[in-house]
Design a protein around this ligand. Structure first.
Ligand code: ADE
Length: 257
């Protein structure tokens, strides 16, 4: 997978992508991250990449010419061209999965008050927001996209199960995790996890996922695949699941009917 990043701040990418799983993916040649400086494609001695807004208003706007030229220099093939912007489609695991199936993606990091609309209309194919808050620029969102996509690529994360069982990928938040010691400052690991009883462990984990999802992200429950047992458990916690979206046939560990 090749990432083409177009940014006014290429130095922002030097450190953050140089450790752990993403760095290892680069070393192994599983991903390639090209960072292009948009300012290299400006046309004046000052490297002017932004200008005042037509119509007036606060904040500068990124000029179209250098961004188009930087993108054209980066790749000729038809690839998704992401524009990081609070006005974009929300980044979800589903969108990350879709992006991970492409051989390459370009990411234009928006900055200042925003980008000239012709960049959004004539160049970017996917405006993407990482959340309902406004950052100072699109560099952190670009790194988040690179990180999330990279860990889905074959062979990048040790075990495929750890990716398949991800929080959110399963439609629910992840259950709690524990490691040694079994007791720490008076806090103990739930007995069931030490029991070696795999069906009981699966059942406990499933229920903890349901509890957490209900507490922190109840919106996910309307689209998650829930068994009748899940629904009964949630009902016992005071949640009334909508009728739509019921999917049966999960693994035997979950289907208690
Ligand atoms: N630029 C500024 N805020 C952003 C956000 N929430 N998502 C993507 N790009 C942004």
């Amino acid at each position: 997978m090749r990432f083409h990043v177009l940014t006014l701040f290429p130095e922002a990418f030097a450190q953050p992508l140089q450790f752990s799983i993403v760095a290892r993916a680069v070393q192994r040649g599983q991903i390639n991250i090209d960072v292009a400086d948009i300012r290299d494609y400006t046309h004046d001695a000052h490297g002017t990449a932004d200008d005042y807004q037509f119509g007036g208003g606060h904040g500068m706007v990124m000029k179209p010419e250098p961004v188009f030229e930087a993108a054209e220099a980066a790749e000729r093939a038809q690839i998704p061209v992401i524009l990081t912007t609070p006005q974009g489609e929300l980044l979800t695991q589903k969108l990350v999965e879709e992006l991970a199936s492409s051989p390459a993606i370009a990411i234009i990091c928006g900055h200042y008050a925003g980008v000239d609309e012709r960049i959004a209309e004539g160049l970017a194919t996917r405006p993407v927001s990482i959340g309902d808050y406004v950052l100072t620029g699109g560099e952190l969102p670009a790194m988040i996209i690179i990180d999330a996509v990279t860990r889905l690529l074959p062979g990048v994360v040790g075990s495929p199960e750890s990716v398949a069982g991800d929080s959110i990928t399963t439609g629910l938040l992840q259950h709690p995790l524990y490691t040694r010691p079994a007791e720490f400052r008076g806090m103990t690991v739930p007995e069931v996890l030490l029991s070696g009883h795999h069906a009981e462990i699966d059942r406990w984990r499933r229920r903890k996922s349901l509890e957490r999802t209900l507490e922190h992200r109840p919106d996910l429950l309307s689209t998650a695949s829930l068994t009748n047992d899940d629904r009964r458990y949630l009902a016992g916690l005071g949640y009334a699941p909508p009728d739509a979206g019921q999917v049966e046939g999960r693994g035997a560990d979950h289907a208690q009917d």
